[in-house]
Design a protein. Structure first.
Length: 445
């Protein structure tokens, strides 16, 4: 090292600690980050089985497989959920969703001991026993302890079965891989930046290039007007003249690029505004019935799905009402379709003006409308439907005079699906038609 040039000595002494620290910090960040990612997945799996086991008690005790199947399907909506199985104490499957790994004797032991098992499909299997009257799982191993290190749970209540939740590790593995790559890139970038700084420091120390290095430093910090006094003589003066020429070219190019960038920014801003307007128009067209201006069936189905998910998760209630204009075909046959369209528009306005802002109304198809009453039990929905019926019946329609409509009302009851609710509402509407029309009927079950 004594035979090295001064510039090389400075570079070695400056870069060696930086490289060493960068490598150690990168390794530390990668280890801590991947451990946190694994821990988050295990903690989430533990929380899911803690909630699923007591929730499955009723279905396992009563043998109601529909309830258990609904529970497994709701768990499958969780991120990374690969499969959910509920078994009885003899390992007979009561409900299953997804594509689970094959159940073995070790899985039942893991459920009783609270051990996490690694599945064969790049997954982790979380298991827990279902006890009659046992509300929560008190022991669950998040650190993959060996069977000799775990403490068996010895509940005194009756064993009703076991739940198994299999979470895919593919997403977490991808996250860890991406985290490792980003950490390495950050380490490399930090090392590269430190190397550049060390190189510039060595140049500042090395004479007589300090003036030239200072000029480069000024240029690097945005002072494109930097020029050197060319009076060093010899090759150094040629180098200074070359630097000044280069600085002039860079400054000229920079000014041209600024002008181009300014024009591009204005153009991009204008295009962005235009694109946003077009997107808003397209969204409105895709969700709106062109005749009445109300929600179309596609939008109503999205709202129904959202309300169903919210009710299943938080235990809230919502109701729906299907509305059918009585003897609407007679209007088209007698007065023509244009008059029929005007009747549809008028009824759409009546419905829209007589519901709350939080409720949703739309055209379900033909002469049928659908009202979604958010956070509304069945009695309140029936009362509002009766108000809507009277508003329609009291309205004086152009050319045709009075017109009536029939209503079929129902409310969400766990574990309803949208199809279940629509069938009940249709049956209620059919009953209203058979009972003389211009009525509000409801079906709770």
């Amino acid at each position: 090292m004594r035979n090295w040039k001064l510039k090389h000595r400075i570079l070695f002494l400056a870069l060696m600690p930086v490289w060493l620290i960068s490598v150690l910090l990168t390794i530390l960040i990668v280890v801590v980050g991947t451990t946190e990612i694994d821990g988050a997945l295990k903690a989430r799996g533990a929380v899911i089985v803690r909630q699923l086991a007591p929730a499955s008690e009723y279905g396992a005790f009563s043998g109601n497989r529909e309830v258990l199947q609904a529970l497994t399907q709701s768990v499958m909506k969780e991120d990374d959920a690969h499969a959910v199985i509920i078994t009885d104490p003899q390992h007979k499957i009561l409900a299953v969703s997804g594509k689970p790994s094959r159940l073995e004797a070790a899985h039942a032991e893991a459920a009783d001991r609270g051990i996490i098992i690694r599945g064969k499909n790049h997954s982790l299997i979380f298991a827990a026993p279902i006890y009659q009257g046992h509300a929560e799982l008190d022991s669950f191993d998040l650190l993959d302890r060996s069977p000799t290190d775990t403490v068996s749970i010895a509940p005194s209540n009756k064993l009703l079965g076991r739940v198994y939740v299999e979470l895919s590790t593919v997403s977490s593995e991808q996250t860890k891989s991406m985290f490792v790559i980003i950490s390495i890139l950050i380490g490399l970038i930090g090392t590269a930046c430190a190397s550049v700084l060390a190189l510039r420091m060595s140049h500042d120390i090395t004479k007589p290039l300090s003036q030239l290095i200072q000029g480069v430093h000024n240029m690097a910090h945005g002072d494109l007007g930097t020029r050197l006094a060319a009076r060093a003589g010899g090759e150094l003066e040629e180098l200074e003249n070359g630097f000044n020429l280069m600085a002039s070219e860079i400054e000229s190019s920079h000014n041209k690029m600024l002008a181009i960038n300014t024009n591009l920014e204005h153009l991009i801003a204008a295009r962005t505004i235009e694109l946003e307007q077009k997107n808003q128009e397209l969204e409105m067209l895709s969700n709106t019935d062109r005749l009445t201006g109300l929600h179309n069936r596609f939008k109503l189905e999205k709202i129904l799905d959202a309300e169903l998910t919210r009710s299943q998760r938080y235990g809230s209630h919502f109701s729906i009402a299907i509305i059918d204009i009585d003897k609407f075909k007679n209007i088209n046959d007698t007065y023509g379709h244009q008059v029929g369209d005007q009747v549809l528009i008028a009824i759409a306005n009546i419905l829209k003006d007589n519901i709350r802002q939080i409720d949703a109304v739309g055209r379900w198809g033909g002469e049928e409308f659908l009202v979604i009453f958010r956070e509304t039990p069945i009695n309140a929905a029936i009362s509002t439907a009766e108000k809507l019926r009277l508003a329609i019946a009291d309205h004086d329609f152009s050319l045709i005079g009075k017109k009536s409509a029939s209503f079929g009302v129902t409310s969400y009851r766990h574990p309803d699906t949208i199809s279940d609710m629509m069938i009940r509402a249709d049956n209620a509407l059919y009953h209203a038609k058979r009972s003389g029309r211009n009525r509000v009927e409801f079906k709770e079950l």
